[in-house]
Design a protein around this ligand. Sequence first.
Ligand code: THU
Length: 139
Amino acid sequence: MIDRDGLIAAAREAVNAAYAPYSEFHVGAALAFADGRVVIGANVENASYGLALCAETAAVTRAMNDGVRGGLVAVAVAGGKRGVPGDPVAPCGRCRQVLNELAQLGGTDPTVWCVGATETHEYRLSDLLPNAFGPASLG
Ligand code: THU
């Protein structure tokens, strides 16, 4: 059983670690794994603007650097301008692909909660990234 509210709270908390002086759009992501582990990340921008790393990518990188290779059951993404929640935050296209790598490795189709100030949208990763290209595609 996934602790939805706990994962959303973790994503909201992760927003505080964002380094986003250029866009001022602060994002936090929290990944839940089958063993109960939660891994968080926040966006990290760069003076060379195009090099910004998203919160979801930061979280996946942290998890995989810790040796995690599957078991991704849910993702929560939160944030907003200067960290103030507004509309639900949806993973960008690149992050969908990055999340898919970890999901496919473990054969899961995680729930994705896009968290906003007053509403949270729920998807499956396969809905956000249909016909995904992943590790299995390479034969
Ligand atoms: N951002 C994320 O961290 N995750 C997303 O899925 C959407 C965008 C960040 C990237 C950039 O630092 C800022 O939000 C504005 O695009």
